[in-house]
Design a protein around this ligand. Structure first.
Ligand code: GLU
Length: 432
């Protein structure tokens, strides 16, 4: 999925760098650099044309020392056990850095969801739950949406689980539709969380948000709300967004003089984030090639697509004016690109900090499910802002105190909390 770089090797490499700096015990490192449990299973689905098709499914539970495993399910044709392992590992660090009482997990299915009918999608979602239901649950492992999955899919999955266990169990999946056990604000949460962390970073580096120009890769849920928030919360401008066109099977960059209008682009995009090129052109948008977003005149780059996009080659293309990199995607930056970011003194908000708003709101959703009492949207977003702001400053304080790169500081905060939970639970002791 990420070209030459294996995402799981990348996740392990990032961890190893920090484990060395922390002089972490070799045995403890060995526990943390691998997932605790992994499931691979086959999901048969009766297709609309009468044929039976079998899909490959995965769930990886990386570490649950701090609480139930938590993390999305991704439907993507290039999913592999290693991408899921990497994403599960990053979820452990994400929940720890956000300081929510959850562990890390991730699931996947090798499939292009856009190629399925609604009925086939529902069958696949229910099949995923039938394969996994004994190993997930509100106190065990709680999946959510990610690339290629939607709130409606979470609704079907929660329903299938509830049927199998014989009782309504909304807290087993998060990111459900509002009115079907979902939380207000969950749709906006990841993108707005990215914007809250950008706001705090701008304070640290003395950047005026109103004069700031962002360039964004992707136009899925996270990119859509990151662009809306960048304009409406910060008062900045979004020069362009790049988006994968599933009809042409390639990406384009959409830009407009004076900045793009994310509400308009959202209104002409399908549920997978493919923008209608002809309608955009009619409305005066320029359509450039896939990489044009990288070299656009911007102060802030927001990779909000897939892993491995900011790598040794692509980092060479970025405009000289970039001062801030806000990693809205999971694992967008390779270790090779990290060296260039450090050298050029670009302030980097690492992925599992920057995009932790989604899972933080998922945690709020679970809390509301447990209480069976639902909060107003303002209350959800206010709590989200508080959590994001405090996570951001704990990482940047650590970076300043130890004079380390922000990604390493985020790992330090997270590893410290996970190791402490393992110690407190007696997982590392010789026996009392
Ligand atoms: N898929 C999102 C992520 O990567 C959200 C996970 C969740 O809400 O559990 O953070």
């Amino acid at each position: 999925m990420s070209g030459q770089i294996n995402a799981f090797e990348m996740a392990q490499k990032q961890f190893d760098t920090v484990a060395k700096q922390l002089q972490l015990d070799a045995g403890v490192s060995e526990v943390l650099r691998w997932p605790m449990r992994e499931y691979a299973f086959r999901i048969p689905v009766r297709m609309d044309d009468g044929s039976l098709k079998v899909f490959q499914g995965f769930r990886v539970q990386h570490n649950d020392a701090r609480g139930p495993n938590k993390g999305g399910i991704r439907f993507h044709p290039a999913e592999t056990i290693d991408t899921v392992r990497a994403l599960a590992t990053w979820m452990t660090w994400k929940c720890a850095v956000a300081d929510i009482p959850l562990g890390g997990g991730k699931g996947g299915v090798v499939v292009d969801p856009a190629a399925l009918s609604v009925r086939e999608k529902e069958e696949l979602c229910r099949g995923w739950v039938r394969a996994m239901w004994k190993n997930i649950g509100p106190r065990n492992d709680v999946p959510a949406p990610d690339v290629g999955t939607t709130p409606q899919m979470m609704g079907w999955m929660m329903d299938e689980y509830s049927r199998l266990v014989g009782e309504y169990t909304p807290g087993v999946f998060t990111g459900k539709p509002v009115g079907g056990g979902g939380s207000l604000g969950r749709t906006e949460a990841t993108g707005f969380g990215v914007v809250y962390s950008i706001r705090e970073a701008m304070k640290r580096i003395n950047m005026d948000p109103k004069k700031a120009v962002a360039s964004i890769q992707g136009f899925g849920n996270v990119a859509q709300y990151a662009s809306i928030g960048f304009i409406e919360i910060l008062g900045g401008t979004v020069a362009c967004v790049s988006c994968y066109d599933r009809h042409d099977k390639k990406a384009y960059t959409y830009s407009k003089k004076g900045g793009i209008d994310p509400h308009f682009l959202k209104s002409i995009a399908d549920q997978y984030g493919t923008i209608d090129k002809a309608k955009a052109q009619d409305a005066g948008y320029q359509v450039g090639d896939a990489d044009a977003w990288l070299s656009a005149e911007a102060d802030v780059l927001i990779p909000a697509a897939l892993e491995g996009q900011i790598n040794g080659d692509s980092i060479q293309k970025i405009s000289k004016g970039v001062k801030l990199m806000a990693e809205a995607a999971n694992g967008p930056t390779t270790p090779e690109a990290d060296e260039v970011i450090k050298k050029n003194k670009i302030f980097d908000i690492p992925d599992f900090l920057c995009n932790s708003g989604g899972v933080t709101c998922s945690y709020f959703e679970q809390v509301q499910n447990d209480m069976n009492f639902y909060w107003h949207k303002d209350e959800v977003l206010e709590k989200l802002d508080q959590k994001m702001t405090s996570a951001f400053h704990s990482v940047v304080d650590m970076a300043e105190e130890r004079k380390v790169y922000t990604r390493d500081a985020a790992y330090m905060v997270a590893i410290d909390r996970v190791v402490k939970a393992m110690e407190l639970r007696g997982w590392l002791s010789a026996g009392a």
